[in-house]
Design a protein around this ligand. Sequence first.
Ligand code: PHE
Length: 474
Amino acid sequence: MEKRENWSSKIGFILAAAGSAVGLGNIWKFPYIAGENGGGAFILIYLVAILIVGLPVMLCEIILGRKTQKNPVGAFNAIRPGSPWMFAGAIGVLAGFLILSYYSVVAGWTLGYIFKAITGQISSFQNIEMAKQSFDTFIQSAKWSVLCHFIIMAITTYIVYNGIKKGIERWSSILMPLVFVILIILIFKGLSMKGSKAGVNFLFSFDFKKLTPGAFVTAMGHAFFSLSLGLGVMITYGSYLSKGENLFKSTLAIVSLDTAVALLAGLAIFPAVFAVGLEPDAGPGLIFHLLPLVFSKMAFGIVWATLFFILIFFAAITSTISLLEVVSAYFIDELKWSRKTVVIVFGFIIFLLGIPSALSFGKWESVKLIGLSFFDFVDTLSANYFLPIGGILISLFVGWIWGTKNAVDEIRHGSHNFADVHLISLLAGLKDDPSHNSEVHVVTLASLWGIFIRFIAPIAIMIAFLVLIGVIKI
Ligand code: PHE
């Protein structure tokens, strides 16, 4: 049997986990749903969702992983051997498998758009119709969409094949800093254009009327997807951590990086849109219809367009590898397959499963499953059902079955007083001051987290889930 690897450094783990979190969700989806739901108002609700659900659940997953040093199924099984709880892990592995199949298709589009950008096709669009036409022709083409999907799966398979340190950690450590560098360059460019201020105003304008329950549900669902929660990515990545890490700090770093990229993506996009005199149409077409037109109106459009699509492509790859790793870790730990075999076999199976999704926009457009295209069916099943169910089960398991007491014992390894100092002393930077450690405190990070994980997170996810699937009507 192969020896289980560990991350080679703390920062390597943070970049890999943030790499999983930062993806199409941040750069493609967040800006347009923020645009649709009232800009600043939505950003505010999103931050609340991140704080009350995202942070606590992410910490939960990382604790489970580090404690058990196992994949999602193995993690539940290690704590409650033989109990049905392992199905919570199994849903996660299945969700990873499903999400990767269609996520890779969209990631493939970004690859196609890098090609379109470099060859100057993008910078020649005259109007939005041309940009739309070009996108439709591209995604309807079976040849192109399947080829790009294949390339994404091949790259993903190659990276995961090389293991934790030499594959996932190495590539995340290269690609994530590049994501930041490119984003910053694009923001500077956008903000330096005349008329860009309107874009900033649009992004941060506060439309209170749009603070609706519906926006809250959208924010919750997006927070889950964006932070890669509910399917055990963070259990799996956490399982390669050593006992020396401060899990509170790492979780905070990952969540902050993910949120920062979402906001920065908005800042890279909207100012440029307004500066060239366009109105954001704020739908899923924002990236593939409107932005190409924006680039075609900018000087050196080829350069900006190429940079932008490389940015999304890099962000997507660090996410696809995490999805394949969840599936792989299960087969490696539980069924004792070798990494190389699992990765090649599943890389290929997931490629095959993605083909009907890739064809959903062209040849197989009319093939419907319960009224949805294959792509939408797999997306809805995994993102709207499996992720929230996974999230509820993970928080109930840690909060009530395994118990917050055991979980906090695990956090204490490496967290040096963080869990136990009075919150005020901690925030004041006095965590090591003897006067603040002399007695047992009640208001600590540990107790705050315990309340969130037992009550607030499961209830909030449950409500959002019931609204999402139409059981509760708002
Ligand atoms: N978080 C990724 C994104 O924002 C998507 C993802 C979801 C990746 C679930 C892994 C697991 O694009």
